[in-house]
Design a protein around this ligand. Structure first.
Ligand SMILES: C[S@@+](CC[C@H](N)C(=O)[O-])C[C@H]1O[C@@H](n2cnc3c(N)ncnc32)[C@H](O)[C@@H]1O
Length: 267
C-alpha cells in the first residue's frame, strides 16, 4: 500500500516515542549541535529549525534563541510540540515547505535541521542548498546532522545479528545495519523503509531475530523513502555554496560515524 507523505508522517508522529537514535538525535548529538551554535551565539540570534524535531527545539529554547520552526506537516508539528520538555511561548511555527517557503532573505543567524536533506529527493538538493544560502545571514551557520551511507559495507547481516545477540550493539544499530545492507538502493540512492520491514520479517521467519526485535522493525512500516549519499558526495553538494567548518560525530551508539553533524558557513 502506497501512503501519501502526510500519512507517512502521521504514522511516524504517532510512533515517535518508540524511535531511538539514530532516527532521533541522541544526547551526545544534541550536545554537538549546541556546542556548534554556542561558539558564535549572540543573545538575540534568529534561528530557523527545519522540521519539528522536539530535541532541537528544546535545545534552542534553552539557549534563548529566537526560534522559527518550518515543517510541512501540521499533525507532526502538533505531536512533536507535545513531546517538548517545556513549551516555548515565543516560538514562531510555520507550516510550509523548506524548498519554496518565502522568508525575507538573509534573516537567520542559524539554520538547524536533523536529517532534513535526506527527506528530499535528489533532484531537490540543489534548490534546497540555494534556499539555505539565501536565508542565512552573511556570517551565519547551518548545523545539520545527515544520514550518510558508507563507501563500503560496515558489516554483514550475520555479523550485525551476532553483535546484537552478544549485546555489543542494541536494536537501533542492528536495524540501521540491516537497512544499509538490504533497503538501500545504490543506483537510486534511496532507502526504502518498506524493504527494511520486509527484511525484518524474513529474519524473524528464519528464526534469526525474536518477536521483540521484530516489533522494533515494524515501527518503520510507514512507507518512507529517504535519500542518502556518501560523506564525500554530500561534501560536493554543500561546497557549491558553503564551507564545511566543522564535522563531528556522536558517540552513544555504534554507527554514529554514518551520521555526521556539519557546521557550514557561507563561502
Ligand atoms: C526533521 S525530519 C527528520 C526527523 C527524523 N530524523 C526522522 O527520520 O523522521 C522530519 C520532519 O520533516 C518534515 N518534512 C519533510 N519534508 C519536508 C519539506 N520538504 N518541507 C518541510 N518539512 C518537511 C516532516 O513533516 C517531518 O516533521
Amino acid at each position: 500500500m502506497k501512503r501519501s507523505i502526510n500519512e507517512i508522517f502521521k504514522f511516524r508522529a504517532d510512533r515517535w516515542v518508540n524511535y531511538t537514535p539514530s532516527v532521533r538525535p541522541s544526547p551526545s548529538e544534541i550536545l554537538i549541535y549546541s556546542k556548534m551554535i554556542s561558539t558564535a551565539r549572540e543573545t538575540d540570534s534568529n534561528c530557523l529549525i527545519l522540521g519539528a524535531t522536539p530535541e532541537l527545539r528544546d535545545m534552542a529554547c534553552n539557549l534563548n534563541l529566537n526560534v522559527t520552526v518550518l515543517d510541512t506537516n501540521k499533525y507532526m508539528i502538533n505531536k512533536m510540540t507535545g513531546l517538548m520538555t517545556r513549551q516555548n511561548p515565543t516560538e514562531n511555527v510555520i507550516v510550509g515547505n523548506w524548498v519554496d517557503y518565502d522568508f525575507v532573505e538573509q534573516q537567520f543567524d542559524f539554520i538547524l535541521g536533523d536529517h532534513v536533506i535526506n527527506m528530499l529527493p535528489l533532484n531537490q538538493y540543489a534548490s534546497f542548498v540555494d534556499k539555505l544560502y539565501s536565508l542565512l545571514k552573511k556570517d551565519g551557520n547551518i548545523v545539520t546532522r545527515i544520514i550518510t551511507v558508507p563507501q563500503n559495507s560496515l558489516c554483514t547481516n550475520d555479523e550485525a545479528i551476532q553483535m546484537y545477540d552478544h549485546g555489543t550493539i542494541k536494536y537501533n544499530d542492528l536495524i540501521w545495519m540491516i537497512c544499509l545492507n538490504n533497503a538501500y538502493n545504490k543506483d537510486t540512492n534511496i532507502i526504502s523503509y518498506r524493504e527494511l520491514v520486509l527484511k525484518g520479517r524474513k529474519l524473524f521467519s528464519d528464526g534469526l531475530i525474536d518477536k521483540e526485535t521484530l516489533k522494533q522493525f515494524e515501527y518503520y512500516d510507514d512507507g518512507m523513502f529517504l535519500s542518502a549519499l556518501t560523506q564525500r558526495e554530500y561534501k560536493d553538494v554543500f561546497t557549491t555554496k558553503f564551507d564545511i567548518v566543522e564535522t563531528k560525530f556522536g558517540n552513544d551508539y555504534r554507527f554514529c560515524k554514518t551520521m555526521p553533524i556539519y557546521k557550514l558557513a557561507k563561502k
